[in-house]
Design a protein around this ligand. Structure first.
Ligand code: ATP
Ligand code: LTN
Length: 331
């Protein structure tokens, strides 16, 4: 098979219910590459176990994450959709790349520092080497482009450094990947604490809007969103709550900041919050419907993951045999 298209890879952990941060920052952008690139979209279950998971929930969420990929517009015929643990080469390359990643580099990763503070009872080695496994995911497919939210930028830079280091020792082996970070929606903020990232593992349910929330819940959450004591709908650094709502409104309507500010000029926050809730709920309604339809047919989801894993394994094998040869393993 001749591969002339450039390659896109991204992954989402099945570690919780997906949020509009995951949707706007990552998944919604995935389908724009389906035509012109060879795309791999992975449910990264090996990454999810860096934090303790309930087995039955992990299994259910793995199906759900795949179904959400598809419900968000990823056609399984145009994209390779698969589960990370179904392609053992991820873990294998992850181990090898651990030996080309420095302790100091991993110690500087802010996600590791944040997560070890949050899970102080379980600072396991996997949490520490998480970024090397992510580098393996990406480098295994000779990826050119990685669409992610801004929180993954540091991990992506590490993946580039590992690729360059390996290439320097052994000669050209890995493509050095670039990030694709969609500037408008790269960091959707919490509705309760608009200076921190909206995160699927947040305990405050009002801070987070899930893709699968009902319309009523979405509207209720936006009504409660923290803004400020002013009442002017204006995008500005010192108005993080309102600015975050403007970003979300824009993402669902395609309007510019000026258009949004003009539309709500003199109308106050109540009106604005309701409007954001409505466009968000209406924008997600087709995703929710398609998701329910897909989840009702598990055997179809299983067929998709099986075909995706076979396809991914084919590409992974090519990289692995090159890597083994370069390192000096006996064939
Ligand atoms: P957790 O809360 O468990 O750390 P997460 O919500 O950050 O998880 P991931 O599975 O780690 O979710 O991320 C999947 C993708 O979604 C990544 O590309 C990530 O950058 C992006 N993403 C996550 N949260 C946001 C957000 N609030 N804004 C924009 N992009 C986001
Ligand atoms: N670390 C990512 C998930 C992830 C990923 C990847 C993203 C794992 N492997 C490879 C892009 C490419 C996160 O979002 N937390």
């Amino acid at each position: 098979m001749i591969q002339d298209k450039k390659i896109v890879f991204s992954g989402v952990q099945p570690s919780g219910n997906l949020t509009i941060g995951n949707y706007l920052g990552a998944i919604k952008n995935f389908s724009r590459f389906s035509e012109d690139y060879k795309t791999f979209y992975c449910v990264v279950d090996l990454h999810a176990i860096t934090v303790r998971q309930v087995p039955a929930e992990l299994r259910r969420r793995t199906y759900e994450t795949l179904a959400l990929y598809m419900a968000c517009g990823l056609d399984e015929k145009k994209n390779t959709l698969f589960v990370q643990s179904h392609v053992p080469a991820h873990a294998e390359l992850g181990w090898m790349l651990d030996c080309y990643t420095m302790f100091g580099e991993l110690s500087r990763m802010t996600q590791f520092k944040d997560k070890s503070a949050k899970h102080s009872q379980n600072i396991n080695a996997g949490l520490f080497t998480y970024p090397t496994l992510m580098a393996a995911d990406i480098l295994l497919y000779q990826t050119d482009l990685v669409p992610v939210g801004i929180d993954q930028k540091q991990h992506l830079e590490l993946a580039r450094d590992i690729a360059m280091r390996f290439n320097q020792i052994y000669g050209d082996t890995f493509t050095v990947p670039e990030g694709y970070i969609s500037t408008d929606t790269m960091k959707i903020m919490s509705l309760a604490e608009p200076t921190s990232k909206m995160s699927k593992s947040d305990e405050n349910q009002n801070a987070v809007v899930y893709i699968l929330d009902s319309k009523d819940d979405i509207i209720r959450k936006f009504k409660k969103a923290v803004t400020d004591s002013d009442s002017c709908v204006k995008y500005s650094e010192d108005k993080p709550g309102v600015s975050n709502l403007i970003t979300i409104y824009r993402a669902f309507t395609g309007k510019s900041i000026e258009e949004v500010e003009r539309e709500f000029d003199g109308r106050g926050y109540g009106d604005f919050k309701l409007a954001v809730g409505e466009v968000c709920a209406d924008g997600l309604a087709p995703v929710r419907e398609e998701f329910s339809r897909l989840m009702a047919d598990k055997s179809h989801l299983e067929a998709v993951m099986k075909a995706g894993a076979d396809e991914a394994a084919y590409y992974a094998r090519k990289t692995m045999s090159k890597v083994r040869r370069k390192i000096g393993f006996v064939n």
